[in-house]
Design a protein around this ligand. Structure first.
Ligand SMILES: NC(=O)c1ccc[n+]([C@@H]2O[C@H](COP(=O)([O-])OP(=O)(O)OC[C@H]3O[C@@H](n4cnc5c(N)ncnc54)[C@H](OP(=O)(O)O)[C@@H]3O)[C@@H](O)[C@H]2O)c1
Length: 375
């Protein structure tokens, strides 16, 4: 064999071996570690932690040091949090590709939770935007909201005053799901008043916000959901409801200006027949529990198909930000958006809340409350 073929085969073998060990490393799951001791005299609080990847069974509620707000930060006494699919993906480290950033073998961040609502307990130096006693809600960039207290930057952090006409539970239900719905419709779907929009997955956390936000934008809304969610989706304002167990919207004659898809199961090319010529398909996710790519498979499909479609095809990762949080506050204040809550769990039962959401058939949002913390 010529030398150059030998070199090529050796290189290919090395690349294959490196790829195989990389894939094996991504799948590797180290056992759970025990909590490090908290130094005597350190003020503590209860927090949800997972010290390894796994099912909700690996979740523990531990005493961890109570945070102290740094300059520019506020300390929030958490009253309620909400659960998103992000939590069970992070807990399991699935799809595996996410471990490239969340940690190989075990999670880099043992804490959990993004969406919160609560009351400002103390403020760090130079904070002018909030005062002690303010009721607030927002999204924890540190993924540390499932705890009695969290600290967050007053400026630059995703936090805003809680509208007085919604409860802590309702406010906690908002951030990730409503950011996703809003950005899907407004930024990626370019929805305008009078247009027809179809929300596939209208009964879930994102879907129940999408129905209401689309109505607030003046759209004619069709929600696709199960029989069990049909009444809720109608009550939230959908003009039409398609029960996916009885009818397939792909087989109907209606065409939509915007389709927001949380479910998938069709290639973007299939959507051509139910989109108007200038319509937009926004792929938020796909119901796919595959361990390697999971919901990312639908998003990758959208990226691949987009250049070949006449219609606009978009996919995105929602960006938490204060401007949208304030926008959503105004929608709640004016009664145009009322968060739909499916189930409430106590803080000690956070694992059960995640177990329920992971089944994939929530009717609105799942929230966890801190009855033991404050009035
Ligand atoms: N791209 C992003 O930035 C982003 C952000 C947030 C969430 N997501 C993803 O978006 C998806 C939805 O999030 P979520 O918070 O709404 O989840 P969720 O609360 O768990 O809701 C999922 C909903 O999907 C519905 N569903 C399941 N199979 C369906 C089908 N064949 N047809 C229609 N509906 C169906 C279920 O309703 P039924 O009971 O009616 O079946 C359930 O209500 C998740 O995959 C999540 O990971 C993406």
């Amino acid at each position: 064999m010529k030398l150059r073929y030998k070199v090529a085969i050796s290189c290919a073998s090395l690349v294959a071996a490196a790829a195989a060990s990389g894939l094996a490393a991504l799948r590797y799951e180290a056992p759970c570690t025990t909590a490090p001791p908290v130094p005597a005299g350190t003020p503590v609080m209860k927090a949800v932690v997972h010290r390894c990847y796994g099912s909700p069974d690996v979740i523990a509620i531990e005493n961890v040091p109570k945070p102290v707000p740094a300059d520019g930060e506020v300390l929030v006494k958490v009253r309620a949090v909400s659960v998103n699919p992000l939590e069970w993906h992070g807990l399991r480290g699935e799809p595996y590709v996410m471990r490239m950033t969340s940690g190989i073998g075990r999670p880099n961040n043992v804490r959990m939770g993004v969406d919160f609502a609560g009351t400002v307990e103390s403020v760090g130096k130079d904070v002018t935007r909030f005062r002690v006693g303010d009721d607030v809600f927002g999204a924890s960039a540190r993924n540390a909201a499932f705890a009695e207290y969290l600290r967050i930057f007053a400026e630059g952090g995703v936090i805003a005053p809680k509208p007085s006409n919604v409860s802590f539970e309702q406010a906690a239900a908002v951030p990730i799901a409503a950011f996703t719905a809003l950005q899907a419709l407004r930024d990626h779907g370019r929805l305008r008043s009078g247009q027809k929009v179809l929300i596939n997955g209208a009964g879930g956390g994102v879907g129940t916000f999408a129905v209401q936000i689309a109505k607030a934008f003046g759209a004619e809304v069709t929600g696709v959901c199960s029989t069990a969610s049909a009444e809720l989706v109608t009550r939230l304002g959908a003009d039409h409801v398609i029960d996916y167990s009885r009818a397939d919207f792909m087989q109907q004659d209606e065409r939509y200006d915007v389709i927001v898809d949380m479910v998938g199961g069709h290639s973007p090319a299939d959507y051509r027949r139910v989109l108007t010529l200038a319509g937009s398909l926004v792929v938020v996710s796909t119901v796919d529990k595959g361990r390697w790519l999971g919901p990312l498979s639908g998003m990758l499909g959208a990226i691949v198909y987009a250049p070949f479609m006449d219609q606009h095809v978009a996919t995105f990762i929602a960006k938490p930000n204060v401007a949208d949080l304030v926008f959503l506050s105004d929608l709640m204040r004016t009664g145009k958006v009322i968060p739909a809550i499916d189930r409430h769990y106590a803080f000690d039962d956070t694992a059960d809340a995640i177990r329920y959401l992971e089944q994939g058939h929530a009717h609105g949002k799942v929230v966890v409350t801190f009855a033991a913390v404050g009035p």
